[in-house]
Design a protein around this ligand. Structure first.
Ligand code: FES
Length: 80
């Protein structure tokens, strides 16, 4: 996890599999790379569908209340 979002572009209707915040094992964050299967985790990725063509900011900290979209919560987190 990191204290900043990931920017991603997509076309309307395109689906992306986002690594579940309770997993966090993907080697290609924020996207699921099936590491949860290899590690035996029971969490499934979150499917995000672009509602319009453009750029979105995916949460990188795992604390967003609108996960997988960043809601700015990372700005309130303490420095590590
Ligand atoms: S990165 Fe912004 S709320 Fe998580």
């Amino acid at each position: 996890m990191r204290k900043e979002p990931y920017s991603a572009r997509g076309k309307k209707g395109y689906e992306m599999l986002i690594c579940h915040p309770e997993c966090g094992l993907s080697g290609g964050m924020p996207y699921c790379d099936n590491a949860h299967v290899v590690q035996g985790f029971k969490t499934e990725p979150i499917i995000y569908t672009f509602t319009k063509t453009g750029t979105v900011q995916f949460c990188g900290c795992g604390q967003s209340k609108t996960f997988p979209i960043c809601d700015g919560t990372h700005e309130t987190l303490p420095d590590e």
